[in-house]
Ligand binder design. Structure first.
Ligand code: TXA
Ligand code: MG
Length: 353
């Protein structure tokens, strides 16, 4: 398949128009959202949606999120919408939130993996919104990665995942959130978070004054079917670490002698100290690199937001640089930390260094 790739130049009219035409004719379009890039198809067309599963190599029981451009499109995708859904949307949409609702009969079962429910989201990225509006239909769109791999959060990553598999790839720059949307299911008066994301349990509780719980997992019938599969795995093996320090780093250099190690650190103290200290530390690392034949590549983050935003791009960068192992610092599971910890747990398979 020949894939058209468009560079980023607002206001994106011609490219969006062309991609909308492709979608209306049953094709696949990769588009940016504020979370990750999505691989979209007309959500009303079972035949078009089946191409998504082929392009990704995705298991058929893992349902897709349906993207709409406004609350007025909601009634085309969902039925029996409870008032709480509208209240949630008022607070957090457009944005990184997907709400699980009863499925509208016009959404084919292939979209929902045979479930009677459908996850619906209004993305905030202007290219995504413009594309949905121009297509005139809701778009079923999973993350635009091959199944099991990290979601693409840049145009370059989207191209390396989907070149030759989608009809068109739109560039919307680097994704601002960097991890996938929060997936929430509702009862009459409470919310259950099936997949944590940037809209946190705390945010929902504080704004809506309702009970918010996390999904009890693992179970035989996962509430959010996608959560049972291996996910977010780069080429390098990912390992989790407790709070890092240089003593640990030197130990890993011996343990992984001769290999390339990517390091993801959070709030590293040494890196924010003055230039002299940093030079002494780098000299020490270089000396040890010479001794062990190990190469160290480090990235440091100074907030949970930055860690989430850059996580998959760092994975891709480390893969490009030939990393054998990526050691990622674990995070405290509060607020956005819950989503980060979830992605780190899955990309590492729960393995600690
Ligand atoms: O941020 C995002 O959500 C991105 C962008 C492209 O919008 N999309 C995304 O889609 O991450 P995907 O397919 O990679 O993940 C969808 C998640 C899966 O865990 C799936 O099981 C869950 O949403 N899901 C979809 N429909 C569901 C439903 N009806 N009930 C429960 N979980 C559902
Ligand atoms: Mg995905």
């Amino acid at each position: 398949m020949q894939t058209k790739k468009y560079p980023y130049h607002p206001p994106y009219n011609t490219e969006v128009g062309e991609a909308a035409g492709i979608l209306r004719n049953g094709g696949l379009a990769v588009f940016p959202t504020e979370t990750v890039y999505g691989l979209g198809a007309d959500a009303f067309s079972a035949e078009s949606v089946s191409k998504i599963f082929d392009a990704k190599g995705r298991p058929p029981d893992n349902p897709l999120i349906v993207h709409i451009d406004s609350p007025s499109m909601l009634e085309q995708a969902a039925a029996d919408i409870p008032p709480l859904a509208y209240r949630l949307m008022e607070c957090f949409s457009p944005g990184p939130l997907s709400i699980v609702l009863s499925k509208h009969p016009s959404i084919p079962e292939i979209v929902t993996g045979g479930l009677g429910t459908v996850a619906v989201r209004i993305p905030s990225h202007p290219v995504a919104r413009a594309l949905i509006s121009a297509s005139g239909v809701p778009l079923a769109a999973p993350s635009a990665n091959r199944s099991g791999r990290p979601s693409p959060t840049s145009f370059g990553m989207a191209c390396s995942e989907m070149d030759g598999r989608a009809d068109i790839i739109l560039d919307g720059g680097d994704c601002e959130v960097g991890i996938e949307s929060t997936v929430v299911s509702l009862t009459d008066s409470s919310a259950v978070i099936l997949r944590p994301g940037a809209i946190t349990a705390e945010m929902i509780r504080n704004r809506l004054h309702i009970d918010v719980t996390g999904a009890a997992e693992p179970s035989d019938i996962p509430l959010s079917p996608g959560t049972k599969y291996a996910h977010y795995r780069p080429d390098a093996q990912v390992l989790l670490s407790a709070r890092m320090n240089d003593g640990l780093l030197y130990g890993w250099m011996d343990r992984f002698a001769g290999k390339t190690i990517g390091i993801l650190r959070l709030f590293p103290e040494i890196m924010s100290e003055d230039g002299g200290e940093i030079r002494i530390r780098l000299d020490e690392i270089h000396a040890r690199e010479m001794m062990t034949g190990t190469r160290v590549i480090e990235r440091a983050f100074y907030s949970f937001e930055e860690y989430a935003r850059e996580l998959y791009r760092a994975f891709a960068e480390f893969d490009r640089m030939g990393a054998d192992v990526i050691i990622a610092e674990g995070v405290e599971e509060t607020g956005l930390g819950r989503a980060l910890a979830d992605r780190l747990r899955k990309s590492s398979g729960g393995e600690w260094v």
